[in-house]
Design a protein around this ligand. Structure first.
Ligand code: GLU
Length: 440
């Protein structure tokens, strides 16, 4: 059984990059008939907040993703504690007493000697007496995992080649802080083992972590999952996205009026071999989903392209789907959908086409003449230019003096959608009344 997880730390709002990782995990699971787990990596109790847990659930639900189980690391501390004890007993987790200033000093020294700034394992050489003396000074240990000397390698399923991390060039990672709290690495590995995660799909910023995690998984007597590391997204200015900066958060994209399906269609294809095309359900994205389609190149998030995709989706959106959201009549929807960029634009059209409009009459004599020149139906997009040409001919008006009073009378508004599209939808009866100053 394929099992994947999306493991956000609830320390901020999800941004497009997080949404892409969540979506790709979900699509991968669904395409294989597997399971998708939502796991909150909330061991950082200072920065993890219940409101972010809520926001993450809301954002994922808005995207259209569902999850088979929900887990919280903060509820599994005893399990991590037991695993840490086992690693200590096996000699793989060792106490260190250096302060951060001491470590910083060592690092600078190594760099000045042109040595890689890798932790020197000085703590491994401490005798029991030296440790006792340090503790008597009031120092508390933090605990490092003793990496094996081997290379950790895997065939990365999103990068499509073997990756090997030389663990000798990586510092033994701290797994437990001085205050006994766990850093990300140990809980993450234990959860992946306990929850039977078969594929870890995430951003490429975790590639070095994967080397460490493979070694740790093996130290815990388990078989590592498959790994897939996706290129990180960048914005138009070449910057990455970050939860802390709150840039391009899902909440913001939702409030701007993007359709979840447009965003999913975009994110599911970004950085892959296929151009994004609008879809009317996530099922369409599941069919044919393949990690092999993703490339190494760094994908740019282009909001203009997303807007285009959003509009294209609305232009195809069937009546039933729009009706659920807006509760409109079918004729109205089919008439206006081809003109929308955001679903919320439909409101403006509704007000003009389906609500009584109190016309704003600038010059009643002029609009009354225009009313008399309205052609007989059927009307289409050629009606407006033909009609205004006639009005121009008989009144001698042109430009703003011609168009502005007509728009005001017909729509009650200064601005709005193109009149050539609006006029046939307003229809002759309403148009005539409005031009005569009658609310219709
Ligand atoms: N909580 C980690 C993060 O948000 C999860 C990384 C992983 O998928 O292992 O970066």
């Amino acid at each position: 059984m394929i099992k994947v997880r999306f493991a956000p730390s609830p320390t901020g709002y999800l941004h497009v990059g997080n949404a892409r990782v969540a979506l790709i995990n979900w699509l991968f699971a669904k395409a294989q008939g597997g399971q998708f787990i939502l796991r909150f990596d909330d061991t950082d109790i200072e920065r993890s907040k219940p409101e972010y847990v809520e926001a993450i659930r809301r954002d994922l639900s808005w995207l259209g993703l569902d999850w088979d189980a929900e887990e919280f690391q903060s509820k599994r501390l005893e399990r991590y504690q037991a695993a840490a004890e086992k690693l200590k007993a096996d000699g793989r987790l060792y106490p260190c007493y250096e302060t951060s200033q001491e470590l910083e000093f060592k690092r600078k020294l190594q760099l000045s000697r042109k040595q890689p700034p890798v932790y020197d394992r000085a703590a491994l050489k401490l005798s029991a007496g030296e440790k006792a003396a340090l503790e008597a000074e009031g120092r508390k240990p933090h605990w490092r995992f003793k990496l094996s000397a081997a290379k950790a390698s895997w065939n990365d399923q999103a990068r499509h080649h073997d990756i090997a991390i030389d663990l000798a060039s990586v510092s033994d990672p701290v797994l437990v802080r001085e205050d006994g709290t766990f850093l990300y690495t140990l809980p993450s590995v234990i959860d992946d083992i306990d929850m039977g995660i078969t594929h870890v799909i995430r951003g490429e910023d975790h590639i070095t972590n994967a080397g460490v995690q493979i070694d740790l998984t093996q130290a815990l007597g388990a078989v590592p999952p498959a790994y897939a590391h996706l290129s990180l997204l960048i914005d138009a200015s070449g910057k990455g996205f970050s939860k802390r900066e709150g840039s391009a958060s899902l909440q913001e994209l939702r409030e701007t009026g993007f359709e979840n399906l447009a965003l999913c269609a975009y994110l599911a294809r970004l950085g892959s071999a296929h151009a994004p095309e609008p879809v009317l359900s996530l099922r369409e994205l599941i069919q044919g989903f393949d990690l092999a389609d993703f490339s190494h190149s760094t994908p740019h998030v282009d909001l203009v392209e997303l807007e285009r995709l959003n509009a294209k989706l609305l232009h195809q959106m069937p009546y039933e789907m729009a009706q659920e959201r807006l509760g409109l009549d079918e004729g109205f929807w089919l008439g206006v959908r081809g003109n929308l960029k955001k679903l919320s634009d439909a409101k403006q059209w509704w007000d003009i086409l389906r609500q009584p409009v109190a016309p704003a009459i600038e010059d009643g004599e002029f609009t009354a003449i225009a009313a008399g020149l309205l052609p007989v139906e059927p009307w289409d997009e050629t009606t407006w230019p033909a009609f205004t040409a006639k009005v121009k001919e008989s009144t001698g008006r042109s430009g703003k003096a011609l168009f502005h009073p007509l728009r005001l009378a017909l729509t009650g508004q200064e601005q709005g959608p193109e009149m050539k599209t609006l006029l046939p939808l307003i229809g002759r009866t309403r148009a005539e009344a409005r031009l005569k100053g009658i609310t219709a």
